[in-house]
Design a protein around this ligand. Structure first.
Ligand code: NAP
Length: 251
């Protein structure tokens, strides 16, 4: 049995990843502010607010140190929790909101990756760090300076860590940045509610919903869990993967 550590498993894609991992018989630990509605003997929820950065990660570190990791075959850290706000031009953004965003979307997943890497190395367990990124990591989007920057930071952290692991010939830890496509979740609902002055592309995102172009979080979660459990089927050389890549492989 593997252990899936999922951040932001209370709703959206994270919730579906928890459910798919449980369906496959694995143990799941969810870290989010609110508790998911589902229950399972193999599921544990721990309340965690990633906008508090180091203080929250220290709490999780203690929790993980007290877990019997030796009983798991493989550990998967799914860094999924994120937010889209604040949006708009730099001068109009609220500094506290900017700080919340950057700590939640970038600093916390980076610190949690360090904790899991250290513990997995000490326990001699294979670890997959699966960072849920975004196409926004690859291109600027008007009004989204925070989201594009935080996701680009997570992407570069992924690529650099992958390079470090390759250089040190560490085969026990794998790290990926995953672009999941546009998903039918609460985050998209928030995006459709933005004012045009803050987010000029808002009409395109409303159209994606009316044209039923949004992906199902359940379908994408099945691909994420399928990939984590059998990455060898995918035979990819890169740490950057997308939903289109996984679809092409029939995952
Ligand atoms: N939706 C899309 O179209 C889309 C596209 C590309 C990439 N993504 C990425 O996919 C991932 C999942 O997005 P989603 O659409 O499923 O989002 P969502 O429906 O808004 O869910 C976000 C999750 O993150 C958690 N979260 C947010 N702030 C948190 C905090 N301070 N501390 C702890 N947990 C926090 C939330 O839990 P609580 O509120 O309970 O804390 C929730 O479970 C994100 O990384 C997102 O950037 C989404």
């Amino acid at each position: 049995m593997d252990l899936f550590i999922v951040t932001g498993g209370s709703k959206g894609l994270g919730e579906q990843i928890c459910l798919k991992a449980l369906d496959q018989g694995h143990q799941v630990l969810n870290l989010s502010r609110s508790r998911p509605t589902f229950k399972s003997s193999k599921f544990k929820h721990v309340t965690a607010d990633f906008s508090r950065g180091l203080a929250t990660i220290k709490k999780i570190e203690t929790l993980l140190e007290n877990l019997d990791l030796a009983s798991f075959k493989h550990i998967h850290l799914i860094n999924n929790a994120a937010l889209i706000n604040p949006v708009g031009s730099l001068a109009d953004l609220d500094m506290a909101d900017m700080n919340t965003h950057l700590v939640t979307n970038l600093i916390s997943p980076v610190l949690l990756s360090q904790v899991c890497s250290r513990l997995a190395t000490e326990e001699k367990k294979p670890l997959t760090i699966f960072n849920i990124g975004s196409g926004a990591a690859f291109r600027p989007i008007a009004g989204w300076s925070m989201y594009c920057s935080s996701k680009a930071g997570l992407k570069m952290f992924t690529e650099n860590t992958a390079l470090d692991l390759q250089t040190s010939k560490n085969k026990k830890i794998k790290i990926y940045h995953f672009s999941p496509g546009v998903l039918d979740t609460q985050m998209q609902q928030t995006i459709r509610g933005f004012k045009k002055k803050d987010f000029p592309e808002v009409a395109n995102f409303k159209k994606l919903k009316t044209d039923q172009q949004l992906r199902s979080p359940s379908d994408v979660a099945a691909m994420v869990v399928g990939f984590c459990l059998a990455p060898q089927k995918f035979k990819n050389q890169s740490s950057l993967i997308s939903v289109q890549d996984l679809e092409a492989k029939g995952l």
